[in-house]
Design a protein around this ligand. Structure first.
Ligand code: ADP
Ligand code: MG
Length: 249
Protein backbone atom coordinates (compact mmCIF):
# COMPACT_ATOMS: atom_id res chain seq x y z
CA UNK A 1 0.00 0.00 0.00
CA UNK A 2 1.51 3.32 -1.00
CA UNK A 3 0.94 6.58 0.81
CA UNK A 4 -0.70 9.35 -1.19
CA UNK A 5 -0.28 12.07 1.43
CA UNK A 6 2.37 11.97 4.15
CA UNK A 7 2.10 14.56 6.90
CA UNK A 8 4.99 14.79 9.31
CA UNK A 9 5.21 17.01 12.38
CA UNK A 10 2.94 19.70 10.93
CA UNK A 11 2.43 22.72 13.17
CA UNK A 12 0.22 25.72 12.42
CA UNK A 13 -0.56 28.50 14.88
CA UNK A 14 -2.85 31.52 14.64
CA UNK A 15 -1.45 34.08 17.04
CA UNK A 16 -1.33 32.24 20.35
CA UNK A 17 -3.62 29.40 19.24
CA UNK A 18 -1.77 26.30 18.09
CA UNK A 19 -4.43 24.87 15.76
CA UNK A 20 -2.21 21.97 14.61
CA UNK A 21 0.51 20.76 16.93
CA UNK A 22 3.14 18.42 15.39
CA UNK A 23 0.62 16.29 13.52
CA UNK A 24 1.90 13.17 11.78
CA UNK A 25 -0.40 11.00 9.68
CA UNK A 26 -0.67 9.26 6.29
CA UNK A 27 -3.42 8.98 3.70
CA UNK A 28 -3.02 5.75 1.70
CA UNK A 29 -3.75 5.60 -2.02
CA UNK A 30 -7.16 4.36 -3.15
CA UNK A 31 -8.70 4.29 0.34
CA UNK A 32 -11.18 6.35 2.33
CA UNK A 33 -9.53 7.84 5.41
CA UNK A 34 -11.48 9.68 8.10
CA UNK A 35 -10.59 12.69 10.25
CA UNK A 36 -12.68 13.33 13.36
CA UNK A 37 -12.40 15.43 16.51
CA UNK A 38 -14.44 17.92 18.54
CA UNK A 39 -15.16 21.40 17.19
CA UNK A 40 -12.05 23.52 17.16
CA UNK A 41 -9.69 20.53 17.29
CA UNK A 42 -7.89 21.62 14.10
CA UNK A 43 -9.42 19.48 11.36
CA UNK A 44 -10.20 22.25 8.87
CA UNK A 45 -6.84 23.89 9.56
CA UNK A 46 -5.09 20.64 8.60
CA UNK A 47 -7.04 20.49 5.32
CA UNK A 48 -6.16 24.14 4.63
CA UNK A 49 -2.50 23.36 5.20
CA UNK A 50 -2.56 20.31 2.91
CA UNK A 51 -4.11 22.16 -0.04
CA UNK A 52 -1.82 25.19 0.36
CA UNK A 53 -4.42 27.65 1.58
CA UNK A 54 -1.94 28.95 4.14
CA UNK A 55 1.74 28.25 4.86
CA UNK A 56 2.54 25.91 7.77
CA UNK A 57 4.92 26.94 10.55
CA UNK A 58 6.93 23.71 10.52
CA UNK A 59 6.81 20.11 9.39
CA UNK A 60 6.49 18.42 6.05
CA UNK A 61 3.61 17.56 3.71
CA UNK A 62 4.32 15.19 0.84
CA UNK A 63 1.98 14.28 -1.99
CA UNK A 64 3.02 11.17 -3.92
CA UNK A 65 6.46 11.57 -2.37
CA UNK A 66 6.87 15.21 -3.43
CA UNK A 67 7.18 17.98 -0.84
CA UNK A 68 4.23 20.35 -1.34
CA UNK A 69 4.27 22.43 1.85
CA UNK A 70 5.81 25.39 0.01
CA UNK A 71 3.27 25.31 -2.83
CA UNK A 72 0.03 27.29 -2.92
CA UNK A 73 -3.52 26.23 -3.85
CA UNK A 74 -3.27 26.41 -7.69
CA UNK A 75 0.00 24.46 -7.85
CA UNK A 76 -1.33 21.78 -5.52
CA UNK A 77 -4.66 21.58 -7.37
CA UNK A 78 -2.73 21.00 -10.61
CA UNK A 79 -1.14 17.93 -9.02
CA UNK A 80 -4.65 16.53 -8.47
CA UNK A 81 -5.18 17.36 -4.81
CA UNK A 82 -8.49 19.16 -4.22
CA UNK A 83 -10.83 19.98 -1.38
CA UNK A 84 -14.46 20.88 -0.80
CA UNK A 85 -15.59 23.26 1.92
CA UNK A 86 -17.69 23.03 5.09
CA UNK A 87 -19.94 25.66 3.48
CA UNK A 88 -20.83 24.95 -0.13
CA UNK A 89 -19.21 27.19 -2.73
CA UNK A 90 -21.42 27.20 -5.78
CA UNK A 91 -22.59 30.02 -8.03
CA UNK A 92 -26.17 30.16 -6.80
CA UNK A 93 -27.52 32.26 -9.70
CA UNK A 94 -26.24 29.85 -12.35
CA UNK A 95 -27.62 26.49 -13.37
CA UNK A 96 -25.90 23.21 -12.53
CA UNK A 97 -24.23 22.71 -15.92
CA UNK A 98 -22.67 26.18 -15.83
CA UNK A 99 -21.43 25.59 -12.31
CA UNK A 100 -19.74 22.43 -13.59
CA UNK A 101 -18.14 24.34 -16.48
CA UNK A 102 -16.93 27.16 -14.25
CA UNK A 103 -15.22 24.62 -12.02
CA UNK A 104 -12.84 23.84 -14.91
CA UNK A 105 -12.69 27.34 -16.48
CA UNK A 106 -9.03 27.67 -15.43
CA UNK A 107 -8.25 24.79 -17.80
CA UNK A 108 -9.90 26.47 -20.79
CA UNK A 109 -8.33 29.82 -21.46
CA UNK A 110 -10.61 32.52 -22.80
CA UNK A 111 -13.83 30.92 -21.59
CA UNK A 112 -15.79 31.79 -18.48
CA UNK A 113 -19.44 31.02 -18.08
CA UNK A 114 -20.28 30.97 -21.81
CA UNK A 115 -21.75 27.55 -22.26
CA UNK A 116 -21.23 27.47 -26.03
CA UNK A 117 -17.52 28.24 -25.91
CA UNK A 118 -16.51 25.13 -24.01
CA UNK A 119 -15.47 22.14 -26.10
CA UNK A 120 -18.45 19.75 -26.43
CA UNK A 121 -16.64 16.96 -24.58
CA UNK A 122 -16.38 19.20 -21.51
CA UNK A 123 -20.14 19.83 -21.49
CA UNK A 124 -20.66 16.12 -22.03
CA UNK A 125 -18.48 15.26 -19.06
CA UNK A 126 -20.41 17.79 -16.97
CA UNK A 127 -23.67 16.04 -17.84
CA UNK A 128 -22.24 12.57 -17.20
CA UNK A 129 -21.06 13.62 -13.75
CA UNK A 130 -24.38 15.35 -12.95
CA UNK A 131 -26.07 12.07 -13.86
CA UNK A 132 -23.55 10.27 -11.62
CA UNK A 133 -24.58 12.30 -8.56
CA UNK A 134 -28.27 12.10 -9.44
CA UNK A 135 -28.73 15.70 -10.62
CA UNK A 136 -29.19 15.14 -14.35
CA UNK A 137 -32.90 16.00 -14.27
CA UNK A 138 -32.05 19.24 -12.47
CA UNK A 139 -29.09 20.21 -14.64
CA UNK A 140 -30.77 23.34 -16.02
CA UNK A 141 -32.14 24.54 -12.69
CA UNK A 142 -30.60 27.55 -10.96
CA UNK A 143 -28.36 25.95 -8.34
CA UNK A 144 -29.56 28.32 -5.61
CA UNK A 145 -32.98 26.66 -5.91
CA UNK A 146 -31.60 23.18 -5.12
CA UNK A 147 -31.92 21.77 -1.61
CA UNK A 148 -28.80 22.07 0.53
CA UNK A 149 -28.12 18.34 0.09
CA UNK A 150 -28.37 18.68 -3.69
CA UNK A 151 -26.01 21.66 -3.58
CA UNK A 152 -23.49 19.47 -1.73
CA UNK A 153 -23.86 16.82 -4.44
CA UNK A 154 -23.31 19.53 -7.08
CA UNK A 155 -20.18 20.70 -5.29
CA UNK A 156 -18.94 17.12 -5.18
CA UNK A 157 -19.58 16.72 -8.93
CA UNK A 158 -17.76 20.05 -9.54
CA UNK A 159 -14.73 18.68 -7.71
CA UNK A 160 -14.86 15.46 -9.78
CA UNK A 161 -14.90 17.61 -12.95
CA UNK A 162 -11.26 18.37 -12.19
CA UNK A 163 -10.31 14.68 -12.18
CA UNK A 164 -8.75 14.73 -8.70
CA UNK A 165 -6.40 11.98 -7.52
CA UNK A 166 -7.25 12.92 -3.93
CA UNK A 167 -10.31 14.75 -2.67
CA UNK A 168 -10.48 16.25 0.81
CA UNK A 169 -14.10 16.55 1.94
CA UNK A 170 -14.91 18.83 4.88
CA UNK A 171 -18.08 17.58 6.57
CA UNK A 172 -19.85 16.42 3.39
CA UNK A 173 -23.04 15.42 5.21
CA UNK A 174 -23.36 18.50 7.46
CA UNK A 175 -26.78 20.09 7.09
CA UNK A 176 -28.07 17.35 4.80
CA UNK A 177 -31.50 15.86 5.36
CA UNK A 178 -30.86 12.48 7.12
CA UNK A 179 -32.87 10.64 4.46
CA UNK A 180 -30.39 11.78 1.77
CA UNK A 181 -27.24 10.92 3.70
CA UNK A 182 -27.11 7.26 2.64
CA UNK A 183 -27.33 8.31 -1.00
CA UNK A 184 -24.38 10.65 -0.54
CA UNK A 185 -22.34 7.94 1.23
CA UNK A 186 -23.02 5.61 -1.71
CA UNK A 187 -21.80 8.24 -4.18
CA UNK A 188 -18.62 8.86 -2.20
CA UNK A 189 -17.90 5.14 -2.04
CA UNK A 190 -18.57 4.73 -5.76
CA UNK A 191 -16.26 7.62 -6.66
CA UNK A 192 -13.61 5.96 -4.54
CA UNK A 193 -14.09 2.47 -6.00
CA UNK A 194 -15.04 3.20 -9.61
CA UNK A 195 -13.00 6.34 -10.30
CA UNK A 196 -10.17 5.45 -7.96
CA UNK A 197 -10.30 8.80 -6.14
CA UNK A 198 -8.55 8.66 -2.78
CA UNK A 199 -10.77 10.32 -0.15
CA UNK A 200 -9.81 12.06 3.09
CA UNK A 201 -13.01 12.98 4.90
CA UNK A 202 -13.73 15.22 7.90
CA UNK A 203 -17.04 14.17 9.38
CA UNK A 204 -18.70 14.70 12.71
CA UNK A 205 -21.58 12.35 12.09
CA UNK A 206 -20.15 9.24 13.80
CA UNK A 207 -22.30 6.57 12.12
CA UNK A 208 -21.41 8.12 8.74
CA UNK A 209 -17.65 8.11 9.24
CA UNK A 210 -17.72 4.64 10.81
CA UNK A 211 -19.53 3.37 7.70
CA UNK A 212 -17.37 5.27 5.23
CA UNK A 213 -13.76 5.20 6.40
CA UNK A 214 -11.38 2.26 6.62
CA UNK A 215 -8.98 4.12 8.90
CA UNK A 216 -9.77 7.05 11.17
CA UNK A 217 -7.62 9.71 12.80
CA UNK A 218 -8.94 11.66 15.76
CA UNK A 219 -7.66 15.15 16.68
CA UNK A 220 -8.15 16.92 20.01
CA UNK A 221 -6.75 20.33 20.90
CA UNK A 222 -4.69 20.42 17.73
CA UNK A 223 -2.97 17.09 18.44
CA UNK A 224 -3.40 13.60 17.07
CA UNK A 225 -5.21 11.77 19.86
CA UNK A 226 -5.89 8.34 18.38
CA UNK A 227 -5.97 6.41 15.12
CA UNK A 228 -7.22 3.06 13.94
CA UNK A 229 -9.99 1.20 12.15
CA UNK A 230 -13.56 2.36 12.93
CA UNK A 231 -14.30 -0.48 15.35
CA UNK A 232 -11.24 0.43 17.42
CA UNK A 233 -11.83 4.22 17.35
CA UNK A 234 -15.45 3.72 18.36
CA UNK A 235 -14.37 2.07 21.62
CA UNK A 236 -11.36 4.27 22.32
CA UNK A 237 -11.82 5.85 25.75
CA UNK A 238 -9.71 8.90 24.87
CA UNK A 239 -11.87 9.58 21.80
CA UNK A 240 -15.13 9.20 23.73
CA UNK A 241 -13.81 11.47 26.46
CA UNK A 242 -12.63 14.13 23.99
CA UNK A 243 -16.13 14.32 22.56
CA UNK A 244 -17.97 14.23 25.88
CA UNK A 245 -15.60 16.67 27.56
CA UNK A 246 -15.40 19.07 24.64
CA UNK A 247 -17.93 21.49 23.23
CA UNK A 248 -19.04 19.00 20.62
CA UNK A 249 -22.56 19.56 19.36
P1 ADP B 1 -12.22 22.22 13.38
O1 ADP B 1 -12.30 22.24 11.89
O2 ADP B 1 -11.69 20.96 13.95
O3 ADP B 1 -13.52 22.61 14.03
P2 ADP B 1 -10.44 24.50 13.01
O4 ADP B 1 -9.27 23.95 12.28
O5 ADP B 1 -11.42 25.27 12.22
O6 ADP B 1 -11.16 23.34 13.84
O7 ADP B 1 -9.92 25.45 14.18
C1 ADP B 1 -8.89 25.08 15.09
C2 ADP B 1 -8.53 26.28 15.95
O8 ADP B 1 -7.86 27.26 15.15
C3 ADP B 1 -9.73 26.99 16.56
O9 ADP B 1 -9.37 27.45 17.83
C4 ADP B 1 -9.97 28.13 15.61
O10 ADP B 1 -10.59 29.21 16.26
C5 ADP B 1 -8.56 28.48 15.16
N1 ADP B 1 -8.51 29.03 13.79
C6 ADP B 1 -8.79 28.38 12.66
N2 ADP B 1 -8.62 29.18 11.57
C7 ADP B 1 -8.22 30.38 12.07
C8 ADP B 1 -7.86 31.64 11.45
N3 ADP B 1 -7.89 31.81 10.13
N4 ADP B 1 -7.49 32.65 12.27
C9 ADP B 1 -7.47 32.49 13.61
N5 ADP B 1 -7.77 31.34 14.24
C10 ADP B 1 -8.14 30.30 13.49
MG1 MG C 1 -13.98 22.55 10.59
Amino acid sequence: MSEMIEIEGVTKAFGGIVANDKITLDVPEGRITGLIGPNGSGKTTLFNSIVGYHPIDSGSIRFEGKEISKLRVPGIARLGLLRTFQQTRIYSKMDCVNNMLISVSHRHEGVRDMFSKYPPEVTERAEVLLEYVGLYQKRRLISGDLSFGQQKLLEFAMALMNEPRVLLLDEPTAGINPTLINGLIDRLKRANQEMGVTLFVIEHNMPVIMNLAEHIYCLANGRLLAEGPPEKIQKDKRVIEAYLGGHYT
